[in-house]
Design a protein around this ligand. Structure first.
Ligand code: THU
Length: 129
């Protein structure tokens, strides 16, 4: 657990957040144990901004991964970490690929301080076709 959180912490260093100053890092563990990291990437036009969670998912999916076990996320202003839960858009992306009862979201404030929830707890309903 601490290793995954540490990887999210390292990814947060790459956050591109000149508009909000809110830096987020994520580390996504795939079914085969590999880890993809992500950070938020903002844009002057605001709407194209990509959250750290989606960056990690899109990196992994674009390299052929389809099975996921858990994701660690953390964020806050440059000076420190605050409470953080994934946004609705990121939860919908997770719901595309993950079992709501099994996939875990680890929301961390440090290596040892975190809250763990299943995807189903954070997103009890989802859109599907
Ligand atoms: N953000 C994330 O990267 N993940 C979240 O879970 C919530 C919000 C980013 C988007 C934006 O760059 C900044 O945090 C402030 O909303």
């Amino acid at each position: 657990m601490e290793t995954l959180i540490q990887k999210a912490m390292e990814a947060r260093e790459y956050a591109y957040a000149p508009y909000s100053g809110f830096m987020v890092g994520a580390a996504l563990e795939c079914g085969d144990g590999t880890v993809y990291t992500g950070c938020n990437i903002e844009n002057a036009s605001y709407t194209p901004t990509n959250c750290a969670e989606r960056t990690a998912f899109f990196k992994a999916v674009s390299e052929g991964k389809r099975e996921f076990r858990r994701i660690a996320i953390l964020g806050g202003p440059r000076e420190g970490l605050t409470d953080l839960s994934p946004c609705g858009v990121c939860l919908q992306v997770m719901a595309e690929f993950c079992d709501p009862d099994k996939f875990e979201i680890i929301m961390a404030k440090s290596g040892t301080e975190y809250i763990r929830k299943t995807l189903g707890e954070l997103l009890p309903f989802r859109f599907s076709l």
